[in-house]
Design a protein around this ligand. Structure first.
Ligand SMILES: [Zn+2]
Length: 267
């Protein structure tokens, strides 16, 4: 395993690691990106975990959000409308509303356009990958700008419209509609999990970016890929649980590394 530190390490070392990653991507046939909270942090969205995380500052919320919602959906929407929700949710919502894609998001979209990246599995709900133009996108924890029926899984895009009151029943099946974002205690929608697993099974190279690889079941996909022989490349400012199984682990932010990787692959 090679490791390049961007802190206290020369730009030459960073560029040499980027070159190594570019060579691996160049000889791979199916590259799947896997992104986590670190991508969002670079767009100003606070993470839940870590020293400055929302839960560290506001306290860990109840982990039964989904069962509370299903018991009383109208009450859930009323509390939301009346701002009777956790301070950490309000802070997160404001940050999400203001966030824009950064250079790393746009570089991933360009890598896909030029055929260096076949799909992107993201754990983020911020819709910034979509906004940056990524096409083959699997949002494993949902997308905050969509509603989803919990019965048939039909999704409705909201665009910039944010509903303040409970939406009507599903137009397809009459089922209960909720934000597509996966709540605590809510299973990952079966269609999304199956698509993500199929992408991981096809991949001979995984580009894991800004993910601490600790949130299940998404993180498990990385170990499945490694066990099936895929080359694992990590781009993350900090060492993670994934680092020991990576072929290359680059200590850099996505916004720093991905545009350089795009340059290296565009030569
Ligand atoms: Zn439905």
């Amino acid at each position: 395993m090679t490791s390049a530190q961007t802190t206290g390490v020369s730009r030459d070392e960073l560029l040499s690691a980027i070159e190594e990653i570019a060579v691996i991507l160049g000889r791979s046939t199916y590259v799947v990106g896997m992104t986590g909270a670190g991508m969002s942090v670079e767009s100003g969205i606070p993470p839940f975990r870590g020293a400055d995380g929302l839960w560290t500052r506001h306290g860990t919320p109840r982990m039964d959000g989904y069962s509370q919602f299903k018991k009383d959906p109208t009450g859930w929407w009323d509390r939301r409308t009346n701002q009777e929700i956790d301070a950490h949710i309000i802070e997160l919502r404001d940050a999400l509303a203001a966030a824009e894609p950064h250079a790393g998001h746009y570089a991933l979209s360009e890598l896909e356009k030029q055929g260096s990246l076949q799909s992107l599995v993201t754990q983020n709900i911020d819709a910034l990958d979509e906004k940056a133009g990524v096409q083959n996108l699997i949002e494993i924890h949902g997308n905050r700008t969509k509603l989803r029926c919990i019965e048939c899984g039909d999704r409705v895009s909201l665009g910039d419209f944010v509903p303040l009151y409970a939406p009507g029943p599903c137009e397809k099946c009459g089922g209960l509609m909720k934000f597509d974002t996966v709540m605590f205690g809510e299973p990952i929608p079966a269609d999304v999990m199956a698509t993500a697993r199929a992408e991981i099974d096809r991949a001979d190279c995984i580009l894991a970016i800004g993910t601490s690889a600790t949130v299940r079941p998404a993180s498990g996909l990385l170990w499945i890929a490694a066990a099936s022989g895929a080359t694992i490349i990590e781009i993350n400012p900090a060492e993670t649980k994934l680092t020991p199984i990576c072929d290359v682990s680059l200590r850099a932010t996505a916004g720093e590394a991905l545009p350089l990787l795009l340059d290296a692959l565009s030569k």
